[in-house]
Structures are given as C-alpha cells and as structure tokens.
Design a protein around this ligand. Structure first.
Ligand code: NAD
Length: 320
C-alpha cells in the first residue's frame, strides 16, 4: 500500500486538482455510479472527542474506502489541530488496502472545492462581489477556491466574532482583492455570491438580508442542530446540495425540512447540474448550495493526491 504523509499534502495537492476531483465525483453521484455509505459519528466519552467514519464507493473512478477521524477539542495541549483525519483507500477489485493518506489538509481543500464547484455552476452571470460569513480556519480555504471559480472584484466579510476578521482581510490581500468588513444588511444586498462557513447553531443570514440575484454556498452546517440560514430564505430559494438525504437530515436544509417548508424533492443534487440533467440557476433569484460534506469527496481528493505523490516520488510503499 502507499502512504502519503500529512506533511507532503501541501506540496502535492492544488485547489485545481481538488476542484476537478470533487466536480467529477458529484457528477458520478448524480449518475448513480457513486454512493456514500451511512455515516458513523460518535461522542466516544473520552477527551470530549467526536469520532467517526465517512465512506463510499465510486464505480466511475473506482475509488473505495473511508475517512476515519473527527474532532478533539483539547488537542492544543498536544500541539495538534483539533480536526484529525486519515483517508484509507481500498482496491475495489480485491478488497486489499491500497493507500493511507493524511486527511487534515485534504478535508479543508475538498470542502473549499465543493463551494467553488457550486459557484462555477450556480452563481449569477457576471458575479463580482464575494461575501464571506465566517472567519475561522476553513474560511481562508473557501475564499481562495472561490476566487478561482469566479471573477470577483472585491470581498465583503462578516463574522459573529469580529476579532477574527483579520483572517479574511489577509486572505483577500493574498489573492489580490480589496476587502471590507460590513454588516449583514450590506453583505446580503451587495454580494452576488455568499459563502457561509461558521459553527453557528442559529440563523445568521436572514431572509430580509438577501436581495438577489445571489448564490449562497452554505458550508458550515454538517451536524444536527447547526444552522446558518433563515428557513424562510431557504424556502424561497432554488435548492442544491451534494447529497439530498444528508442535507435534509444533518445539513443546512434540516431546518426548513423539519418545519415542513421544503421536501426532499425540492432539493437537486448538484451533480445533475454538472452533467446537464438540470438547468441549474435558470430564472431563480436566489440559489443555495448546501455543502454537507460527503465521504466520496474525501476519497476523490485522496485518490488524486496518491497519483500525484507516486508521480513525484513522495509516496512511501509499505507491505501490510
Ligand atoms: P473554526 O473553529 O476555525 O471557526 C469557527 C467559525 O464559526 C468562526 O467564524 C467563528 O466566529 C464561528 N462561530 C464559532 N462559534 C459560533 C457560534 N456559537 N455561533 C456562530 N458562529 C460561531 O472552524 P472552521 O474549521 O472554520 O469550520 C467552520 C464550520 O465549518 C464548522 O462548523 C465545521 O464543522 C464546518 N465544516 C464543514 C465542512 C463541510 O464539508 N460541510 C467541512 C469542514 C468544516
């Protein structure tokens, strides 16, 4: 099997390679060629950790495996980041393990790739203003990837904790765009594309904030109870996601679905837009992509990085 250590990922994987991998696997999911296995996520009663597995099989790319990992809130004392994960790939012809890949940076890149895929396929024509809600670790990845998917001219940002906004300002400077910290009224009325990436448990962006035409990539909600958007905003928008069942159970759309404002049938897998089976934005004023994060995304980027690592002599071969 091939081992690709976490420390090698930054030098191997690019936002472009992550974009291509995620776009392809979303299309394979919509074609019924790839499917995700049920997610396991457990509070293990040790170190306040959440641990679990996200796996799947992509019959188009022939990727099979799982990402194992989770969230350890006390990791600072070990000098480690709180999110820890490893991707394991298996040979679908034989069942033998084929690769173990550090999953921390890959998770950030595949999440950023998902919102940028949604921007490519769903943003209003000539979108120029990017709005960022959230200024944590993941926000910088989302902004960098978005800047490659659209021709943005400036970035507006808001965060529940204003002291963190410096990260957005620095990232915008890094990609050469002017940045302004604004309130949600301005963000919602001026941004053509909005990415939300917070750990909120109540709606931040309200229906009245958003003037349209707007595309929103709601990326923060990946667990029951989390919430970033007003259900009324969700109810009036055209809805897309990575995986419908996940979006209406643990994703952003869980709230509108729970209140009976939307049904599963109102949500379109983004893969259908990628393959041309759905028109996408059409004449919708507001589109929302609920990026819940699926195991197949992890497998897709891990397989891409194994290929890059082998080509560049950075993968270590071990017998198991
Ligand atoms: P982080 O801890 O670095 O940053 C947290 C962000 O949420 C900051 O903007 C912070 O101000 C805000 N926040 C924290 N507590 C809040 C609260 N109670 N109410 C409102 N806002 C709050 O986290 P991160 O790594 O940037 O991740 C952000 C979110 O994205 C997390 O919820 C994480 O689980 C989620 N995430 C989703 C995916 C996916 O595939 N959908 C992948 C990775 C991370």
């Amino acid at each position: 099997m091939w081992v690709v250590p976490e420390k090698e990922i930054a030098g191997l994987m690019t936002a472009e390679a992550a974009f291509d991998a995620v776009e392809s696997v979303f299309a394979a999911m919509a074609d019924g060629k790839a499917y995700n296995f049920p997610v396991v996520r457990e509070a293990i009663g040790h170190e306040d950790a959440l641990y679990g597995f996200k796996g799947g099989f992509d019959g188009a790319a022939l990727n099979m495996g799982l990402k194992a990992g989770g969230y350890w809130p006390n990791n600072q004392k070990h000098g480690l980041i709180n999110h820890q994960s490893t991707v394991f790939l298996f040979d679908p012809d034989t069942g033998r393990v084929s690769a173990a890949v550090g999953g921390n940076l890959l998770t950030a890149l595949r999440t950023a790739a998902a919102s940028s895929v949604s921007i490519k396929h769903l943003a209003p024509k000539d979108a120029k203003v990017l709005g960022m809600i959230g200024a944590g670790h993941q926000s910088a990845f989302q902004m960098r990837a978005a800047s490659k998917a659209g021709k943005f001219e400036r970035v507006l940002g808001w965060n529940p904790h204003p002291d963190m906004l410096g990260r957005l300002e620095e990232t915008a400077a890094e990609i050469g765009l002017p940045f302004e910290a604004v309130d949600l009224d301005r963000l919602g009325s001026e941004a053509d594309v909005i990415i939300s990436i917070t750990s909120a448990f109540e709606p931040l962006l309200k229906d009245g904030h958003v003037k349209g035409p707007t595309h929103i990539a709601a990326m923060g909600t990946d667990t029951k109870g989390k919430q970033e958007l007003d259900p009324a905003l969700v109810a009036r928008a055209r809805l897309f996601t990575d995986e419908v069942a996940q979006s209406t159970s643990i994703g952003e759309f869980q709230h509108a679905a729970g209140q009976g404002l939307i049904k599963d049938a109102d949500v379109t897998p983004i893969g259908k837009v990628i393959t041309g089976a759905h028109e996408g934005r059409g004449d919708a004023e507001v589109t929302i992509f609920d990026g819940t994060g699926v195991g197949l995304q992890d497998l897709a980027v891990a397989a891409a990085v194994v290929d890059l690592a082998r080509d560049q002599g950075k993968a270590v071969e071990v017998e198991i």
